[in-house]
Design a protein around this ligand. Structure first.
Ligand code: ZN
Ligand code: ZN
Length: 424
């Protein structure tokens, strides 16, 4: 027998509209939204949730997430035994859901094992879109070997928990096909240097056009797409010209490149949280001097990029890219960080409907309308006026109540006082 839940007296942000839809009811049947209306529908035996004029919105989507990063030391993460890494991931995923993120897109290492554990309910966490191991060239952002590390055999290539090496179109083709065979929802490439990798300058171009276009072609054979780690304008431009759909970090994107991204209907996913964290806490975080030097000025360059993207009408997603248990609670603060250059409504769309489109899940995720998954947040506050209510989840966990009501139905209450929790 189907299970019906009716959420009534809700002010709805539907993931798209500029204004709240006041005093609406939402009918949910077996985890799917069936009806959104102003008339109060009655269904015998329905479970009723009175939202008491609170805001109801789609669950947040984090489009750049790392489940397998319990430590800020990515070299250590990449060499961690799988069972230990998975145990850490379970904690990180549970915390993510409690912060109101009901979907994440994993950008390195997330795999079918974690996905199946979530689907089977063995661990609790958000919907999980994984890339498998990110693919890097030798000496690129995903090569975690130190410069003075001795190779036992020159014929072996590096492969860790999060990343793997492929050089040349043939190795790329094989690596992408392997990840797709293992069910990857998207493919991740490293096309520029990075902040935390040991041997590559951040400005370094990585992978040739031919390698990138090979990955894009192979992904397209399964109607999948490529996302790229990218810190330079040149890397963003080359990626777009070779068919990449999702530019991660998007540092230093010029107006010309932004225009090209919009013309190709691709996306940029800015990730301000790690750089904000390094600026805030970098000196006492055991981060290498080289990484701190590499991160200098990156925040300003990311903000400059976002402004260029807004001017040219690029679809901006939202991602957090956070590492380490201690810092994952800063996840919700990404929304407020974006206020430096975006309005509240633009940021909310980025975190819901635009991210959903990026994940090829338009109409199913990131919206409140019939046929969408009922991943819903009840908020004690109006996010169109104040995005800090997501950030506050890191400091007031005692005010947070989470309930996995039915299979495939996330209903999460954020910042609701204890008295109300008892009524729900
Ligand atoms: Zn990256
Ligand atoms: Zn990342």
């Amino acid at each position: 027998m189907s299970q019906v839940t009716i959420l009534k007296n809700a002010h709805i942000f539907d993931g798209l509209s500029d204004e709240l839809m006041e005093n609406f009811s939402v009918v949910v049947e077996d985890g799917i939204i069936r009806e959104v209306s102003q008339t109060s529908t009655n269904v015998d035996s329905a479970h009723i949730v009175d939202c008491q004029n609170r805001v109801l919105m789609p669950g947040l989507i984090d489009a750049h997430f790392h489940a397998y990063t319990p430590s800020f030391d990515i070299l250590a993460n990449d060499r961690m035994p799988p069972a230990l890494l998975a145990s850490h991931a379970a904690k990180i995923l549970e915390g993510t859901l409690r912060r109101g993120f009901t979907t994440v897109r994993d950008a390195a290492g997330g795999d079918i094992g974690l996905w199946r554990a979530l689907e089977a309910g063995l661990i609790s966490g958000p919907r999980f879109y994984y890339a498998g191991k990110a693919i890097s060239q030798t000496g690129g952002h995903g090569d975690m070997r130190l410069a003075d590390e001795v190779e036992i055999c020159a014929c072996t290539s590096y492969s860790g928990s999060l990343t793997q090496i492929a050089d040349g179109p043939d190795e790329m083709r094989k690596a992408v096909r392997e990840e797709l065979r293992k069910g990857a929802h998207q493919i991740k490439l490293m096309v520029s240097g990075g902040v935390f990798s040991p041997t590559d300058p951040i400005w370094m171009p990585q992978f040739t056009d031919e390698e990138i276009s090979t990955a894009v072609y192979e992904a397209s054979t399964r109607k999948k797409y490529v996302m790229v780690h990218c810190h330079t304008d040149d890397a963003a431009r080359r990626s777009i010209l070779n068919g990449v759909r999702s530019i991660e970090h998007g540092t230093e994107i010029s107006e010309d490149t932004a225009r090209l991204i919009r013309e190709k209907e691709a996306f940029v996913v800015p990730t301000l949280s790690p750089i904000d964290l390094l600026n805030d806490r970098g000196q006492d975080m055991k981060v290498s001097k080289t990484s701190l030097e590499k991160s200098e000025g990156v925040m300003d360059k990311m903000l400059y990029s976002i402004e260029n993207c807004i001017r040219e009408g690029v679809s901006l997603g939202l991602g957090t890219d956070l590492l380490e248990h201690e810092f994952h609670p800063r996840q919700g603060a990404e929304l407020e960080l974006r206020r430096q250059v975006n309005s509240e409504i633009e940021i909310l769309r980025s975190a819901t409907s635009i991210n959903a489109k990026l994940l090829q899940m338009e109409g199913k995720l990131g919206c409140i309308k019939p046929d969408a998954f009922a991943d819903l947040l009840v908020l004690d506050g109006n996010p169109l006026l104040d995005l800090s209510l997501f950030k506050d989840q890191q400091t007031k966990p005692q005010k947070l109540f989470f309930s996995l009501v039915y299979l495939l139905f996330f209903l999460i209450y954020l910042k609701i006082p204890e008295t109300i929790q008892r009524l729900l």
